[in-house]
Design a protein around this ligand. Structure first.
Ligand code: 5GP
Length: 153
């Protein structure tokens, strides 16, 4: 079933058995860029720009909030190195790192992944509509306190 707002609040899926699981199992090919025990990185099949690369964990979860600390750390260790490699090979200095969670947030494959997308010119790479509002100071203080309490920071 494809979710629509008529179905009520969207529940993020927990299980991830997707096209990326097939890539991890070697059932379908990819243009591999990097692999270690916890991570695989490969070229996106529908690049927004030359060099568009995906980094996925071998841990099969759908969204970032479900990822273990161990895998999160492994991604964090490799992400800047991949960015440097992509910069060096494409010659493009600017880039976006994108990570989508849920269909409204533009996630199409429900296996957590990061995009590294070179931005060679204004009309290539990731386009962003940034509809910012003003943060109310009182509301901001309450929200930051609630978040801080939740995360135990
Ligand atoms: P999302 O919108 O979920 O953040 O992005 C999913 C990405 O996966 C898209 O950019 C899409 O082009 C890419 N993708 C989907 N299927 C495949 C595939 O079979 N192979 C590769 N290499 N990329 C894929």
């Amino acid at each position: 079933m494809v979710w629509s707002p008529a179905h009520g609040p969207y529940k993020l899926p927990r299980m991830a058995d997707t096209i990326f699981s097939k890539i991890l199992r070697g059932d379908i090919p990819c243009h591999k860029v990097y692999e270690d025990d916890l991570i695989l990185a490969f070229l996106d099949i529908g690049p927004l720009s030359y060099g568009h690369t995906l980094i996925i964990p071998k841990e099969e979860v759908a969204t970032l909030d479900q990822l273990s600390d161990e895998t999160a750390a492994a991604i964090g260790r490799v992400l800047p190195r991949l960015c440097r490699a992509i910069r060096a090979v494409t010659g493009v200095e600017q880039f976006n790192v994108l990570q989508n969670n849920g269909p409204m947030a533009h996630q199409a494959v429900f296996h957590v992944h990061f995009h590294i997308i070179p931005k060679p010119s204004a009309d290539q790479g990731l386009g962003i509509e940034w509809r910012s509002k003003k943060l109310d100071p009182e509301e901001g203080a309450k929200l930051a306190a609630a978040l801080s309490k939740e995360i135990g920071g």
